[in-house]
Design a protein. Sequence first.
Length: 572
Amino acid sequence: MTELLKETKLQLGQVLLSRNLITEEQIQQALRAQKQGGHNKLLGELLIQLGYCTENQIASALAEAYGVPYAPISPKLCDPAVVELLPRDFLDEHAVLPLFKVYSTLTVAVSEPSNVFLIDEIERLANCKVQIVCATAKDIRATLQTYMPAANVFVIDDIIDDAALDDFTMIENITEDIANLKEVAGQSPVVKLVNYLLYNAVHENASDIHIEPGDKKLRVRYRVDGRLYEKMTPPYQMHSAIVSRVKIMADLDIAQRRLPQDGSIHVLMEGRPIDLRVSVMPGSFGEKVVVRVIDARKILTHLESLGFSFDNLKLFKQVIEAPHGIVLVTGPTGSGKNTTLYAALQELNGEEVNICTVEDPVECNINAINQFQVSETAGFNFSTALRSLLRQDPDIIMVGEIRDAATANIAVQAALTGHLVLSTLHTNDAPGAVTRLIDLGVAPFLVSASLIAVLAQRLVRKICPNCKQEYEPPVSIQRAVEKSLNAPGKFYRGMGCRKCRNTGYLGRIAIHELFVPSEEILDLIAQNITLKQLRESSLKNGMVPLHVDGIQKVVAGITTIDEILRVTSAPE
């Protein structure tokens, strides 16, 4: 082996010299450093450490020296199915990456083609013929991270089926001894159950998973389309083990059961990342767990798919193209405000603009956009982050939420100094955002000078297309709809089927109220008029109220009148 290493040094040095990448003196200096250091570092590692060559140059030269191909690998070059042919620990330890398999030959990327013992071990573990290519350890580890992420990332594709729930009987008495909780939480039935709950929540389009202990009872509920329904009632004795399993996955303290804890889990499902936000809170009968499911595929969507009417979509696209000013999206928690903001940012995203966001937390990563997450414990709140962000030369700023006077004033000042600011507020309607900003301490004349538009929205359930039928509602409802639209309309509802879990609804859509103040209304805002006067002026100016936009979707057969009355005030 010693002779082989000596030969390797000469071959590598000759290749690097022939490519004019280093000098003879630099090779000698590296060899002296190796001898003086008394360590077993390879020549290539020392040349990189001394700054004479890059990692890619060494890998390419090694490939030529040993007569193997050089591959600047990336996830696109790798077949995910073959990555699991070798143990994860082995891949990490030796910087080895299986790329693809053709018939009985497995092509593997290695960073040390000189290590014949390693190649023999790969053939033994994979039980097939191996062909190697040379790549940098950095590229190999980066690609491994894509397909086999860190310890708190769980791949839950090939999950159990319903029949596997029979394994619950294997656990009868769960000990309360904390020393044993971690061991019990790792036992197969508990792992399978938690994975099953996560997997099905994503498949059933659930936004939240509630694990709720009661008096000798444990239930699991999913929130689907804004409504909770019971998924299952596991044995109550499993509660401690289930909570501990979730805590382990979210990297929380399993010994702490008296204080609330928050964490996150990252999973891969069908090749796409899913973020799970975990909240654990002590209750009367034990810890309750709520897991928020954040699917980037559903958040990152286009404005056209958010339920805007033709006129509202055209107008909203116009206002977000403004060079500066502030655009607000309002509504209660869970009304899709962030989804709308993300869609707006994707509409504005381009090479010529610097878009920055300040969020708590960052719900979804968007390519080519700079996203920053606040940390209240570290003193990095919205106002502090926004103040620092203005020094980052942004063109467009998205603030996750305006919560306090400091954030409101900085956001308005940013809008007045040439930036387009997008943010959210909690108000009942669009004009209410004006009075909310004033209540937060922003001067009325500054609101008037900076405000471009306010979009209020709510989410309503859509009629299930599989069991949709026309029906005739009470006369009072028909008259109210005719009054709002000045025309009669047809009414539909879902009768209930298996696909919609007998609810008659499947999926959700937004209804909107878009307030774009005219010059006249801006003058009234500067004079600090009342909310009632502001709303009346907005309606006269052509603003379509929430309930009317909703009723238009009722007549179009998208949702029901019951849903509109549930989330909006009844038409006057």
